[in-house]
Design a protein around this ligand. Structure first.
Ligand code: MN
Length: 504
């Protein structure tokens, strides 16, 4: 290894993160996130699992063509047809990586592959060798490594390195290990496998016991040099190690860790907002680094101290992760350039034409109603816009009546292409009536699994945000809608989800 203090950041938001039920993204949304990951300067982007669906293959290919700076990796099982699909997807990349994996724990060998250790070892070796025909950069993951017998794991690692793996990942796939155990394990591995210096050792930790970040850092201290993580800690079950936590822990406590990353930390906040917005997965307010309250000081003593000096209770500055300062509040006097600049800072891709034609007039409407326009208002405005690609169905008109002595009834008009359809329905409440009317219009069996509402801006004229999760057949997607009127926000969220279901 050239620089032994440099930690490689491998982002798997688009693969492990996108596997979360409802978080599925369109091709354009994946590309938008990949471009932000490039600005964030991650070393490797795992863009998808090409064999898993034709849509995923196309998305990885598109990202490989457009995103040039980071290495673009695709995931595949240690199976020829998987590797072929992955090789095809990453072919246009400037620097591509094939990432093959196979389960090595007794649980996986016995119950998933119904195989033997010898057979799994052979398949791991064959997979890496085959992948090397397409690409010099091959990563191998011993899935469920933390529950794999140590001697067997050492044998697998040694053999896949011999077969040509340039990175070997030791994943805690089920979030089972602890920092003490994992640190010792990585150290022992580094000291036992004779050819280990010929590969970069990676870790991929899950947060089932809330220890993903701590486990990843314990591994780094003991020799791992690549950390696999996701924005907002999105990922299977309780999620993956969060990129923002790993990076800010290494940066804030450089004094004890002594490692560096190439991450442009000022892009973290934008990336967090973007991933949350596009996946429909909210960030908990008390989430480390990127949560809404992460830099909010509530107690009077703390507030007073912070005003005297930021370091009294703050260990990081909001600016260091790119949280926009409050001095930039927009008003009705702000011009279109100020608006465009602000929207870009919040992670929206807008051009001059769209700003002048659509967004600025909309912004002025809001600015007339509210004296000061905060970032939350702008985000709400953009989400209410029905951003590109997701507006197959749009809400044209609705009228809803409700009360304790009448039956809640809603009339809705929905536009699809040039066609406008209308329906009336009764329900248990106005939202139920609205959803029944929309379901009648689209003529599809869509099941509502989850419905959440919250206010996202401040004051009496606050905007409401509705998040829904719907299911059609075996597919689950999230939808979001924003409006000062909660019935309208509900209708928009439902139509957003239904539009998404039609896209893939
Ligand atoms: Mn995983």
């Amino acid at each position: 290894m050239k620089n032994d203090n440099r930690i490689l950041i491998f982002d798997t938001t688009l693969r492990d993160g996108e596997q979360v039920p409802g978080a599925s993204l369109t091709k354009d949304e994946k590309l938008e996130i990949a471009l932000q990951l490039e600005r964030l300067n991650v070393d490797i982007i795992e863009a998808g699992f090409p064999y898993s669906s034709p849509g995923d293959l196309i998305a990885v290919k598109e990202i490989s063509k457009v995103v040039r700076k980071p290495v673009i990796a695709g995931l595949c099982r240690s199976v020829k047809k998987d590797i072929d699909a992955c090789a095809e997807a990453i072919k246009p990349a400037k620097r591509g990586r094939i990432h093959t994996f196979i389960g090595t724990s007794p649980q996986h060998v016995k119950f998933i592959t119904r195989s033997t250790n010898e057979e799994i070892l052979k398949r791991a070796i064959d997979g890496v060798k085959y992948a090397r025909n397409f690409c010099d950069d091959v990563e191998f993951s011993a899935m469920d490594a933390t529950r794999t017998g140590f001697d067997y794991l050492c044998q697998v690692v040694e053999e896949v390195i011999k077969a040509g793996a340039t990175t070997v990942d030791i994943p805690d796939s089920v979030g089972y290990t602890t920092p003490e155990e994992f640190g010792v394990m990585i150290k022992k591995l580094m000291n036992t496998v004779p050819n280990i210096n010929r590969a970069v050792i990676a870790v991929h930790c899950h947060n089932d016991l809330g220890m993903a970040t701590a486990n990843s850092l314990a591994a780094v201290v003991n020799g791992a040099r690549q950390v696999e993580c996701t924005i907002n800690g999105l990922g299977e079950r309780a999620g993956n190690a969060a990129l923002e936590e790993i990076v800010m822990a290494l940066k804030t406590r450089q004094d004890i860790y002594g490692f560096t990353t190439e991450i442009k930390t000022e892009e973290i906040y934008k990336a967090s907002k973007m991933v949350s917005r596009l996946t429909g997965m909210p960030v908990q307010p008390n989430k480390s680094v990127v949560g809404a309250n992460a830099f909010a000081h509530a107690s009077g003593i703390h507030q007073d101290a912070i005003l005297k000096n930021e370091t009294t209770f703050g260990i990081m500055t909001p600016k260091s992760i790119g949280i926009p300062g409050h001095e930039l509040v927009l008003t009705s006097r702000s011009g279109r350039h100020a608006l465009m600049h602000r929207l870009e800072a919040l992670g929206f891709k807008v051009d001059e034409k769209e700003t002048t034609g659509v967004l600025y007039p909309k912004f002025l409407q809001i600015a007339d109603k509210k004296k000061e326009v905060f970032d939350e208002d702008l985000i709400a405005m953009m989400e209410g816009e029905g951003r590109k690609g997701r507006d197959i169905y749009t809400l044209q008109y609705f009228c809803s009546s409700t009360g304790n002595t009448i039956i809640p009834t809603t009339t809705v008009e929905v536009k699809k292409g040039k066609e406008v359809k209308r329906a009336v329905a009764m329900g248990h409440g106005p939202v139920d009536a609205t959803y029944k009317a929309i379901s009648e219009i689209i003529g599809a069996q869509v099941k509502l699994l989850d419905y959440q509402i919250k206010s996202i801006t401040k004051g009496e004229d606050a905007q409401g945000e509705v998040t829904v999760r719907v299911k059609k057949g075996s597919r689950e997607v999230n939808g979001r809608g924003v409006s000062p009127d909660i019935i309208e926000a509900s209708a928009r969220a439902f139509l957003d989800a239904i539009s998404k279901l039609e896209e893939k």
